[in-house]
Design a protein around this ligand. Structure first.
Ligand code: CA2
Length: 150
């Protein structure tokens, strides 16, 4: 990554494109577009830009992570249910040299047992969970701080 990179890559995993339409009692009524807008506005306050990609395919998410090297200063990721299973995303994130922040709308630790394990957490600088839309803003604040831009 060039020292001057100011772009944050926001990655959204499987089913997050359905937000707003189903399960509002767990994930709220806001759409993924709303969360991206929140993150973009927070990034702009720190002179950072934000590029968003959503995919329902594990391999595609891995390609986006590979492409971030040399281009993005940091990655914010909500990997959806792949959070709990994808060692391939774990490995891809491990090879990215900038800050990585894991974000979740809900608090997986307070939900079903299978959501208690995150295989992303060991390769993230930190995790923000349970705050819905606010979590996206907090994740960008964390990135700005880690990049020395707060
Ligand atoms: O809380 C989060 O942000 C999650 O990453 C959301 C994932 C879930 O599998 C994780 O355990 C926690 C689910 C993605 C959204 O799934 C939807 C399914 C139906 C309707 C709307 C969203």
């Amino acid at each position: 990554m060039s020292e001057s990179a100011t772009e944050i890559l926001l990655l959204s995993g499987p089913n997050l494109n359905l937000l707003g339409a189903r399960e509002p009692e767990i994930y709220g009524t806001e759409t993924l577009e709303n969360h991206v807008e929140t993150a973009k506005n927070a990034a702009a306050r720190h002179g950072l830009s934000l590029h968003h990609e959503q995919s329902n395919h594990e391999g595609e998410l891995i390609e986006f992570i590979h492409q971030a090297t040399g281009k993005s200063a940091a990655i914010v990721i909500n990997a959806g249910a792949l959070t709990h299973t994808s060692w391939a995303i774990h490995d891809a994130l491990k090879s990215f040299s900038g800050p990585v922040i894991e974000v979740h709308l809900s608090n997986p630790g307070a939900r079903e047992e299978f959501r208690h394990l995150s295989v992303i957490a060991p390769v993230a600088d930190g995790t923000i969970s349970g705050f819905g839309n606010l979590g996206y803003e907090l994740a960008i604040e964390a990135v700005a701080s880690l990049l020395g831009r707060s």
